[in-house]
Structure formats: C-alpha cells, structure tokens
Design a protein around this ligand. Structure first.
Ligand code: GLP
Length: 240
C-alpha cells in the first residue's frame, strides 16, 4: 500500500481531489466509483472547483455508485446518491447517461444489482475507486464477515453501521440493509484510493494497514490489492 499522511483534513482532501483529477487527465473516459459518506466531502468540493477553474473535460467519464441504503433514494438527504449529486454531479456538466447509481427503492433488488454489474462490465472495469472506511472496517457496505467473492449484492447492515447511520440523516430513519458493489468489483478496480481523517478512525486504519488481513475487517483485505493509495490526515494516522 502506498501511504500519504497529510497535516490535516484540508490537505488530505487536496491530495485526494488531485488524484481523481490526474486519473481523468490520464484517461478521459475513466469509469470512476466515488464513495458517499462524510470523509470525501471536502475532496469533492476541491475536485469540482478545480474542474471548473481548469476547464477539465469530464464529458467522457462515467460514474458508478459504491453503495446505497436500502429504502432510500436521491429524494432523501443523506442517501449516498443524494450526497454525490449534491457535492459533485449537480455542479458539473455531467449527463444522466454518464451516471449509474443504485436505487435503494427499487422493487427488484436483484435486478438492480445486475443493472450495476452490467454497467461496469460494459466499461471493462472500474479505473478508480475512492473509498472511505466505516468504523468497523466496512468499505462500501461490505461489512465484517464479508464474502470476498461477490459482485453487487444486498447486505444486512452490521449493528455498528446501523447505529452510526443516524449521523447522515436530518430526520430519524431506520436502515437495516444496504446494496453495495462487492469485494470482487473492488478488487478488479485498477486503482483504489482509501481515505480517512480524524483520530476516531486511527484504530480501524491501523487494523486495515498493519494487522493480518481478515474478512472480519473488510478494509484489511485491500492489503492484497496491488494499487492502493491510502491518504490520511495526522489524526487517522496517529496509531501507525
Ligand atoms: C458509510 C458509507 C460508505 C462510507 C463509509 C464511511 O456508511 N456507506 O460508503 O465510505 O461508511 O463513512 P464516513 O466517511 O461518513 O465515515
């Protein structure tokens, strides 16, 4: 794993945004998978501003979702889809056909999984996946005890994920399941960027990077991927 430890969240976000931009410059028709959650929000702000300031062409890129809460869609503030539209897609000249996201309200979830799997297959593979880390080591909604041989699937959320979910929503919403890209998609990604900030992530970052890779800590399985760049602020790196 390549590791960059930056002074603070701002600089971590700067380096992360630049890495996404470098990918687009290097391969304008990249397929990108961008995480929801709070960690990447500043990176997305810098990414959008840089794209606009430098007039970088994003018309050939495609975007696929990483995960979504089952029962939620773009209408719900705090859903993964709404987060990405609000922080990235609404601000850039990106056409609907460039974006393929899980609909957490789909009546046929198996079909929803096939839809995403086919979209990725049509592009060959994902060029860059940007991941956050859950406090329990989840990546996307690949929860502790994950089966590493799956593509998109529905998952029962870990109790810790359910507890932490309240931070995303303005109103009380109970979430019990997620729909997510599987570890197989993540492993087939050409480049992975894993980001974490704040001391609260220090312990899980240490387990991810320095302890034995185990399905109980899905993020630790990334040790087996050849092209992972971990970008941390000092707080998240404080136990390394
Ligand atoms: C959330 C999301 C993930 C995200 C992770 C970390 O539940 N499903 O996509 O990367 O957990 O979230 P955060 O960045 O808010 O800590």
């Amino acid at each position: 794993m390549k590791v960059s430890i930056l002074e603070d969240y701002e600089q971590m976000s700067q380096v992360t945004a630049q890495a996404i931009i470098d990918q687009i410059k290097q391969k304008p028709n990249s397929l990108l998978c961008l995480a929801g959650g709070h960690t990447p929000l500043k990176s997305y702000q810098i990414f959008v501003k840089t794209i606009k300031d430098q007039q970088i062409d994003v018309s050939q890129c495609s975007f696929v979702s990483l995960d979504e809460w089952v029962g939620l869609d773009r209408e719900i503030s705090g859903s993964c889809q709404e987060t990405l539209y609000d922080s990235v897609f609404d601000h850039l000249p990106i056409r609907n056909e460039q974006i393929c996201f899980f609909n957490g309200l789909a009546t046929d979830m198996a079909a929803e999984c096939h839809h995403i799997d086919n979209f990725i297959r049509q592009h060959g593979t994902i060029d860059l996946t940007l991941l956050g880390i859950g406090m329990n080591g989840h990546i996307g909604f690949n929860e502790p005890g994950v089966n590493p041989n799956q593509y998109s699937h529905i998952v029962d959320l870990d109790p810790m994920t359910q507890r932490i979910s309240v931070k995303y929503f303005e109103q009380p919403i109970e979430v019990k399941q997620g729909i997510t890209l599987g570890m197989k998609h993540i492993f087939e990604t050409k480049t992975i960027i894993l980001i974490a900030n704040d001391i609260k992530k220090a312990s899980i970052v240490k387990q991810t990077m320095e302890e034995e890779a185990t399905e109980q800590v899905p993020s630790s399985l990334l040790q087996r991927h050849p092209h992972v760049h971990v970008i941390l602020d000092q707080g998240a790196a404080s136990l390394l």
